[in-house]
Structures are given as structure tokens and as C-alpha cells.
Design a protein around this ligand. Structure first.
Ligand SMILES: [Zn+2]
Length: 85
């Protein structure tokens, strides 16, 4: 009984670890990561342009304030909560 408990305690984390590593490599490829980084860069460039023309804190869709909470979470967020949903 004690041996069985030790076995399951040892094998469970190993099994879980290898399964999740396989899942990660299958779901997220380097192409996905590159696309994500590129999208972030585009967002940052657009945010810098909005800083220049004084519309950084305004939603690009409706023109209302994006909100400090949204901008502190994602500094290049271009839309308010209503337009983003
Ligand atoms: Zn909006």
C-alpha cells in the first residue's frame, strides 16, 4: 500500500509534465509567437502615433475615453471596453 502511494506520487507529476509540454509544442508554434509579437509591435506603433496626435486615451472606434484601467493593463489598447467587446 505504501509502495503504491509512492509510485503514484512519483509518476503523476512526470506524466502531467510531459503531456503539458507536448500540448504546448503542438498548440503554440514559433509562427504563432512571431505573429503575436508582430501584432504587439503594430499596436505599440499605432499607440505612439495616437500619442503624437493627442488621441492616445481615446477609443479609435467611438472616441470615448479608453479608461485608465484598460490602458494600465495593455498600454497600447486602442478601444474602450464597449467597442472591444
Ligand atoms: Zn469605443
Amino acid at each position: 500500500m505504501l509502495q503504491l502511494c509512492e509510485l503514484s506520487a512519483r509518476s503523476s507529476p512526470l506524466t502531467f509534465g510531459s503531456v503539458s509540454a507536448e500540448d504546448r509544442s503542438a498548440d503554440v508554434t514559433i509562427v504563432d509567437v512571431a505573429a503575436s509579437v508582430e501584432a504587439d509591435l503594430v499596436g505599440v506603433e499605432r499607440a505612439m502615433a495616437r500619442l503624437d496626435d493627442g488621441t492616445y486615451e481615446l477609443c479609435e472606434v467611438c472616441g470615448r475615453a479608453i479608461g485608465e484601467d484598460r490602458l494600465s493593463a495593455v498600454p497600447y489598447e486602442p478601444r474602450c471596453a464597449i467597442c472591444a467587446s
